[in-house]
Design a protein around this ligand. Structure first.
Ligand code: ADP
Length: 478
């Protein structure tokens, strides 16, 4: 089976969040199951640098008025189709934001062009490769099924994966003529309260929809999580699936991780303490036996970082220490930095993005706090499980599906892998921290929770199988 995956980011080429991890890992896991995936992504400077000189496959003279060249490249096992459109993608700044942190004004076009190229490839543009199915990720690729639906060529089955329904690709209706779609496409698919919504377009036109956890699939049917699209999602409830993400268990393997101070495994947990020492040194923490909590996150409201900032004094008063790695909203960055200044030796905050440090933090902290208000899947709790860094998570979305709360029954049955808490409020999180510290002080129970987490299957295997099953259903073979 040939699958065309269309995405705006792919690890290890370009990453701003979990989408890149999924888009980078799933093709490798599918490959083992006999699925051939080619991944279409924009030729941002970082991508062009990494792939080096590449083979031009075809030229698109006019994608919504822009010229583009499609390059074929392979990179770390990924079979890539890079859309080189310098006028759209060769820019200083990130994939979506300019150097001042503003959305590029023409994001509607940058990703409509990506989607149009995806639809063309899906509908036979390449002479020597024809996908059986197209798998599109998030709003940036969401126009693929829309362009296919309104094209004269036959469409192929499509799957939309929603990694986060908060990001919808919503633009003023006056872009509509520029999309070169018939007027009725607006009313049938794209219209959202008088604007154009790319994600809505795909929710309406994709043959199936998936989200990255079963809980999130249920949540987005409700106003509290659907971000205005709950009605549209509900109209497709029969075609809605939830498949939890896996992680790259090679890149995230405490037994072989070159980015940490000392490798360890379930049977050599004691060696974790060397990572703990190294982490403490890095953040200037007191070298004592009190629990180290960590946070590795975008610093945003979604991630509950305001609630975290609110309880830091209590966490310290309870005897805990905290290290934070992240970047995001300036107000939250400031709140966390000032908390670190208030608590030298107890709280360390490093702003910015730092992949190697994130490994050491998972290897050296005792627990990772994830107080998300909503969390489609979440990856950091899965890394935490694998590294014996006990996840303390809000009971929502993928956090709910992947962490088993250490309640009395789960402890007795030896299945607990973390701590869940229900209300993302200062009180809710304070209680969770208190409960975590109590468990931490009971070393035997704590080690048991750590080991159970380390043994949990967080690989892509089961998830990839679920995708294959879904692909087969879409092709009428399952
Ligand atoms: P989201 O995609 O919503 O940001 P996820 O938990 O799904 O959240 O994925 C976040 C990914 O980004 C994880 O791989 C996490 O380790 C990584 N990450 C987030 N912030 C940082 C940071 N400041 N430095 C290094 N890695 C980070």
């Amino acid at each position: 089976m040939n699958v065309l995956s269309v995405t705006s980011e792919v690890y290890p080429l370009i990453k701003t969040g979990g989408l890149a991890d999924v888009a980078g890992a799933l093709p490798l896991a599918l490959d083992a199951l006999g699925i051939n995936t080619r991944t279409l992504l924009p030729g941002y400077p970082a991508v062009m640098d990494k792939i080096g000189p590449a083979n031009p496959l075809m030229h698109f003279p006019d994608l919504l008025g822009e010229a583009a060249t499609l390059l074929a490249a392979t990179y770390e096992g990924l079979d890539l189709l890079v859309l080189d459109a310098p006028s759209l993608y060769q820019r200083a700044g990130g994939p979506y934001l300019d150097p001042t942190g503003q959305d590029y004004a023409d994001n509607w076009k940058r990703f409509a062009v990506l989607s149009m190229a995806g639809a063309e490839i899906a509908q036979g543009a390449l002479n020597d490769w024809q996908p059986d199915l197209v798998h599109v990720h998030d709003w940036q690729a969401a126009l693929v099924p829309v362009f296919m639906r309104y094209s004269e060529k036959p469409e192929i089955p499509s799957l939309l994966t929603i990694h986060n329904i908060a990001f919808q690709g919503q633009f003023p209706a006056n872009i509509l003529p520029e999309l070169q779609l018939p007027g009725h496409a607006y009313w049938e698919a794209l219209e959202y309260h008088g604007t154009v919504s790319y994600l809505k377009g795909a929710i309406v036109t994709a043959h199936a929809i998936s989200t990255v956890s079963p809980s999130y699939a249920e949540e987005i049917l409700e106003p509290a999580y659907g971000m205005g699209l709950e009605g549209v999602v509900a109209s497709r409830a029969d075609s809605l699936h939830g498949i939890v993400n896996g992680i790259d268990i090679e890149a995230w393997n405490p037994a072989k991780d070159a980015l940490i101070a000392a490798s360890y495994g379930v049977t050599t947990l004691k060696k974790r303490s060397l990572n703990r020492d190294s982490l403490s040194k890095h953040f200037g923490l007191d070298q004592d036996n009190s629990p180290i909590f960590c946070v590795i996150s975008r610093l945003t409201w979604q991630k509950g970082m305001d609630v975290l900032a609110e309880i830091i004094d209590d966490l310290v008063a309870e005897g805990g220490k905290l290290v934070v790695l992240g970047s995001g909203e300036p107000g939250l960055e400031w709140a966390l930095k000032t908390a670190a200044n208030r608590h030298p030796g107890r709280v360390g905050v490093q702003l910015g993005y730092n992949e190697p440090l994130s490994h050491l933090m998972q290897a050296g902290s005792d627990a990772i706090i994830i107080p998300s208000r909503f969390e489609p899947c979440g990856l950091t709790q899965l890394y935490g499980l694998r590294y014996g860094c006990v996840p303390v998570v809000a009971r929502t979305g993928g956090l709910n599906d992947t962490i088993i709360d250490a309640n009395t029954a789960a402890l007795a049955a030896k299945v607990a892998t973390g701590i869940q808490f229900a209300a993302v409020t200062a009180d809710g999180l304070k209680q969770a921290v208190r409960r975590t510290i109590r468990l931490f002080n009971d070393t035997k129970t704590w080690n048991q929770i750590q080991k159970q987490g380390m043994k949990a299957d967080v690989s892509w295997e089961a998830s990839a199988q679920a995708y294959v099953h879904l692909y087969h259903r879409l092709l009428g073979k399952g």
